[in-house]
Design a protein around this ligand. Structure first.
Ligand code: FES
Length: 168
């Protein structure tokens, strides 16, 4: 019978194919299971480990920087010695201006001018100056010293601990 002969060899290869396919599928399942369990249990540490590995020497610097900022419970801004008495300093990247109206007294305000939203850019003569239309604000309490702004700068919370100023 010519019809039964071709049928007999077919099951054997077919069986091998099935076994091989199951084996591959089993491997794939095992790999997938491993990957997903890693992701679920330790994705953050995996990411950090990868970053550390790729960054090499810079990873140590990042770690110490975050440790020092974390110790104060906020974002470390500056040392008290960095803030001139009777004036202040603008931290553009933090959108905050820190002033020292009197020795040992520190205040902080948003750099956003309440007039039209420009960032204040300089401090001189006891006032914080907006470059856009010339509004001036007191370093003491952020109040308007000169318009066109009609309201003062928004106060921000800073904490002074020892010689460190931290943005709350
Ligand atoms: Fe500051 Fe106009 S935006 S003075």
């Amino acid at each position: 019978m010519t019809t039964s002969e071709p049928l007999q060899p077919v099951p054997a290869p077919a069986r091998r194919t099935v076994v091989a396919a199951v084996g591959a599928a089993g491997l794939a399942v095992a790999l997938t299971a491993c990957g997903s369990s890693d992701d679920n249990s330790s994705s953050s540490s995996d990411t950090q480990a990868g970053a550390n590995a790729s960054n090499g020497g810079t990873a140590g610097g990042d770690a110490s920087a975050s440790a020092s900022s974390g110790s104060g419970g906020g974002t470390a801004l500056a040392k008290t010695a960095d803030i001139p008495e009777g004036g202040g300093k603008i931290f553009k990247d933090k959108s905050v201006v820190v002033t020292q109206p009197a020795s040992g007294t520190f205040k902080a305000f948003s750099t956003r001018c309440p007039h039209q939203g420009c960032a204040v850019s300089s401090i001189s003569g006891g006032v914080i100056v907006c470059p856009c239309h010339g509004s001036e604000f007191s370093v003491t309490d952020g109040s308007v010293k000169k318009g066109p702004a009609t309201t003062g700068l928004t106060a921000q919370n800073v904490t002074v601990s020892g010689d460190s100023i931290t943005l709350a």
